[in-house]
Design a protein. Sequence first.
Length: 582
Amino acid sequence: MSQVLYRKWRPAAFADVVGQPTTTTTLLRAIAGDRVAHAYLFCGPRGTGKTSTARIFAKAVNCLSPQGGEPDNTCTMCTSINEGRALDLIEIDAASNRGIDDIRNLRERVQYTPAEAKRKIYIVDEAHMLTEQAFNALLKTLEEPPAHVAFVLATTEAHKLPPTISSRCQRFDFRRITLNDIAGRLAHICTGEGVEAEPAALQLVARAANGGLRDAVNLLEQAIVSYDPPVTEKNVRDLLNMGGDEASLTLAAQILDGKTPEALRTVNEVAAQGSDLRQLHRGIVDHLRSVLLMSSGAEIDPGYTDEAAAQIKALAAASEPRAIVRTIKRLTAADLRQDPSSTLPLELAIVEAGLVPEHVPGGESSRPQVPAAAAPARLQPAARSQAQAPANYAAPAPQPAPVKQAAPVAQTTSKTVQAPGPARRPRSTDPQPVAEADLPSEPAERLEAQWESLTSSLRFQKGDKFNLKALLMASNAREVTGDVVTLRFPHASHKERMQHELENPTSRKLVHDAFARVMGKPYDVRVELTAGAETGAKTSAARNSPLVRAAQAMGAQVVSETLAEPNENTPNDNPGDDEVNA
């Protein structure tokens, strides 16, 4: 009975292993210098030669006449291993023998000396599938095995092995094999089998294998069996149910050019032909990746034909890197696993790639800006104070309009603006930005004009303990002197909590940044008590409460009095509920 090609052409010596020069060279030197370790860990993607290298290692260690570390493949030991009848080469599939009982049996057999070889070689395939108890049972044996035993653990997921296991092994990482190496090996197999194959067909098979030589050899054998010789690119495309690189490349160009309707029509035409949409999706992403790399100046060999490479180069020259990155992100997010026959995921990704605006260097998305004239007129300080005042607040009598001066009056360096207590604002409106030209030039007035915008910017910013907006809203006066903003608080507890947040580096930076944004330059922020603040006013009112007096009449005593403090929890989403109860 004939063998499948991947078994027939399995490497028989280290020189035959494709794409792993570092690993094979190190093993050759270790064997030639008689410095063989007791445990090895071979890890890497499937089809990259882990198990084949482990078998070559077993032959080279036990070969009766090795040649510089390579097995001669003619002695009795090499022959018995090649034919699969060597008693001292034990291969264990950890996926089906993963329990603690299997490892205990292995530990018992390890103690027996080899039947005919120099060393017993245990190859544990898919080693990451062992249970935790099995790993613990193997640990001692792996750490101090008998001198006549060597272990080779092979796995595709090395991160799942416990550190206690992997640290006791010499680790070798098997890399994905390059397109040219796979195509060269396929050409060698075709020559040995007497099969004609187009180089473009072998390149296509190599790309479809995604770095795994075993998958590539299986696809080659399927193409040989399915079609009359020679093996052509057209036959391979038909075998893999691919819509063709032309469709993928056309789609990539249409998406990058913003031709969304044409791209949607192309997707549906390919789907109507019965092509595999997942393969089409992979092809689009692969082409876009090549466009990105070429656009970035990277020298790569994508394995395309000269015509396809020229088209990709032209796309890279005509496309903005930001547009390429955005398109790749949208396409890779399309999930075709749930329904591979549905065009909807691809259609959504194409439409989203066409709708997302370009990003400017500052990182903000371009969006329609509201003209300054459309912004609501800014209230004068007196009108704003009256609008924000609570219901029981008596507005001061209007002052007569000042006489216009013939010459500008010199402004003082310090000005205090008294602000009424916080007031509720409707939930449906947020403070609108004020045009820079409409802002007062005097710092204190500018701060008052921007106060709502400043506090709203800290709505969801929690300091070390408290919500920063809530603390700022407890301030009833602000004063600007030089480069210092002084916040005044009517209650000592509020002042102390704000001072605590300003002493915290993170909170202080948030507050200082907020003031710098609205004031146009950095300011130092300090806190003080409002002059003449009566911290006991609330306490006296509390003592006169009917409930307190009734409790005292029944023999109760006042132990402590506490003022309401700012909310320590997550800030309320309603801007009108952020005030502090004093």
